[in-house]
Ligand binder design. Structure first.
Ligand code: FE
Length: 251
């Protein structure tokens, strides 16, 4: 997927992502723009994001250079951190938490009672995720996570936040008109489903425990991990019954 020589390019990708995120702050009106690009392939494509003010990217680069030059930041350590969150930690960790909760009701109880401890059982705690609260979707309640102030997000369970999550329109509208926002993500909730919006802070981060979709009774925990999406754990999507496969077969 990647013809880069690894870290330095990865870091450039990170800087570009940071700049795109910053641009999103400055460009209200676009909610979901070119969202998944950031995580799916921005690291190997060559074209420029035209809506990125170059001065922001330059400022980020200049800041990094100064910090490295003054010995305040070790560039190898910085590369390591970026590589960790870009390539080794991602929504799969959160998916493991969700799948475990779906197959193990005792774990589910622990998870909802003390998210931090239960996520820690699976080894998915860390910076930007030290204090976790898990909120469960039910047929009556749908949970949506936002950070109205900035972009607080549970890195150890979901990786780096998508661009739209950091965008001003999402941050504002998620609390003002959550149903409309969800509808734009393709999730139309019946009127009788209560929507709860959770505002993340530096102190506490949220993870949505989506409902286990019908027809997955025969799937193993490992198979379930594969169908849990990042968006479902932010609350802008449901987990869908996998198509194609014969759900409920012999596990
Ligand atoms: Fe924030």
């Amino acid at each position: 997927m990647d013809e880069s020589e690894g870290r330095p390019v990865g870091r450039r990708g990170f800087i570009r992502d940071a700049a795109v995120g910053a641009a999103a702050f400055a460009a209200p009106g676009k909610l979901m723009a070119d969202e998944t690009e950031t995580h799916s392939h921005s690291h190997d494509h060559d074209h420029d994001h035209q809506d990125v003010p170059p001065d922001i990217a330059l400022r980020v680069r200049a800041l990094e250079s100064v910090l490295v030059e003054k010995g305040m930041v070790d560039s190898a350590a910085l590369d390591e951190i970026v590589d960790t969150y870009e390539n080794r930690i991602g929504p799969r960790n959160g998916a493991e938490v969700v799948a475990r909760a779906w197959v193990d009701s005792a774990y589910r109880e622990r998870l909802l009672a003390d998210g931090t401890a239960a996520i820690g059982e699976l080894g998915h705690l860390g910076g930007q995720g030290e204090h976790m609260k898990v909120v469960a979707n039910t047929p009556e309640v749908h949970n949506l996570v936002v950070c109205t102030l900035c972009s607080c997000y549970p890195w150890p369970t979901l990786g780096l936040p998508p661009v739209w999550y950091k965008s001003a329109p999402f941050r504002a509208r998620a609390v003002i008109e959550p149903r409309e926002v969800l509808s734009e993500f393709g999730l139309d909730l019946p009127e009788d489903v209560e929507v709860r919006v959770w505002d993340s802070t530096a102190e506490i981060r949220y993870l949505v425990l989506p409902e286990r979709p019908a027809g997955t009774e025969g799937m193993t925990e490992e198979e379930l991990v594969e169908i849990v999406t990042r968006d479902s754990m932010i609350g802008v999507a449901r987990v869908e019954t996998p198509s194609g496969g014969e759900p409920g077969g012999d596990a």
